[in-house]
Design a binder for this molecule. Structure first.
Ligand code: ATP
Ligand code: MG
Length: 364
């Protein structure tokens, strides 16, 4: 998959832009606060459905304006497609190949991208929520049904928690309704578990080898899916039913659901010890990079083509060996990288350079 063209108007500090990308390595080069990350953020919303910085649409509008517009053209399986998004005073309109698309789930899953952003270090350093979020984004790009599964799970969980909270406060709750929620939650949890566990299995096929190469053979990186229900359980739904119906007294005292896939984690180890507790800064950064490159390999395996790699400001923090590993053998991959200084990467690749200055983009 290759991004061919990106256009936007009144998005953050970008009044207007129209950029064409090349296959291979593309560099958005410019000083601080010129609009490099803004452009990647806008492109990535077509893969993720929202800003990766957690900003609401209203705040993405260029100061003093009432709305923004963005559009991408990309090639996928030899076919060119366009996606566009318009936000105007609270109204949103999404189009796929110029036709209005009301369903977010039909809009997402068409353009796939892997993002590597400096804050992703929290994937290793942070709490389990960071790793679940990584899994959710990565899995949903490979299995489009996952997004609606996860949304259903969230809604059921919220309703079940409300009932448990009533019980905690001595309010009456219909036990039969609670039980019905527990069964529906178990059914959804089992499906989410299945998707996550097979996705992590796929990652394990690629990530350890990538990391070994990236670390010059010095580090063994391994990852495993952590969950209350063992992965080899023959009947996942039955196992979750047992969890959701077997601990009601404790859950009612706590006023919330104490089991389920919203408590999952991913265990990451380097040379057999926890990457989170003992990894050095450099090891943690490489671990994130290996996971992200692995995410790209899995996506290619499942969908038949590489997603677009969006690397925001990460090369300045990598040593020469790691830079040349990433830029050395790009093959069919397309990379879009932001950097303040183009020298950071021109030693390793001959990128298509786009200069970013004060929200304006020009080819150099
Ligand atoms: P750095 O190298 O420091 O990461 P950058 O080129 O990636 O810089 P961006 O994060 O893209 O910089 O931000 C560029 C500018 O966009 C910032 O100065 C910020 O104030 C501005 N900006 C953010 N939101 C808006 C908005 N809604 N309207 C106008 N300008 C905005
Ligand atoms: Mg930036």
């Amino acid at each position: 998959m290759h991004l061919l063209r990106f256009q936007c108007a009144d998005y953050r500090n970008i009044e207007h832009c129209d950029i064409r990308f090349s296959p291979g390595v593309n560099l958005l080069a410019g000083e601080n606060a010129q609009g490099k990350t803004n452009a990647l953020e806008c492109i990535y919303t077509f893969a993720r459905g929202k800003s990766f910085r957690g900003t609401s649409d209203e705040n993405l509008v260029r100061f003093g304006q009432k709305g923004f517009y963005s559009e991408i053209a990309f090639s996928s399986c030899g076919r060119e497609q366009t996606l566009s998004y318009r936000y105007w005073q609270g109204e949103r309109q999404r189009c796929c190949n110029r036709a209005v698309e009301k369903k977010l789930s039909s809009f997402l899953g068409r353009f796939r991208a892997v993002l590597f952003y400096p804050e992703h270090l929290n994937l290793v350093k942070g709490g389990p929520a960071e790793r679940r979020s990584f899994l959710n984004v990565a899995v949903s790009q490979c299995y489009p049904v996952y997004l609606s599964l996860y949304a259903t799970y969230g809604k059921l969980l919220e309703q079940r928690n409300r009932m448990l909270c009533d019980l905690q406060h001595g309010l009456p709750a219909d036990r039969e309704v609670l039980e019905a929620f527990s069964y529906r939650l178990a059914h959804t949890a089992a499906q989410i578990h299945g998707c996550r566990s097979s996705y992590v299995g796929q990652l394990c096929r690629f990530v350890p080898d990538i990391h070994r190469d990236l670390s010059g053979g010095r580090e063994e990186f391994s990852l495993s899916y952590r969950n209350e229900v063992p992965a080899d359980t023959p009947d996942l739904t039955a196992a979750y039913e047992k969890l959701f119906t077997g601990d009601l007294h404790r859950e009612a005292c706590a006023g919330m659901t104490l089991h389920g896939v919203h408590r999952d984690d991913l265990e990451l180890t380097i040379n057999g010890i926890s990457a989170r507790s003992y990894g050095s800064q450099g090891q943690q950064r490489s671990a994130v990079l290996s996971l992200k490159l692995g995410e790209g390999e899995v996506a290619r395996d499942i969908t038949g083509e590489y997603p677009v790699f969006l690397f925001d400001d990460v090369f300045s923090e990598l040593d020469e060996k790691r830079r040349s590993y990433i830029l050395g053998d790009v093959g069919e991959r397309q990379l879009i990288i932001t950097a303040c200084r183009r020298e950071e990467m021109t030693a390793h690749a001959d990128p298509h350079v786009i200069v970013v200055q004060d929200g304006r983009f020009s080819e150099s």
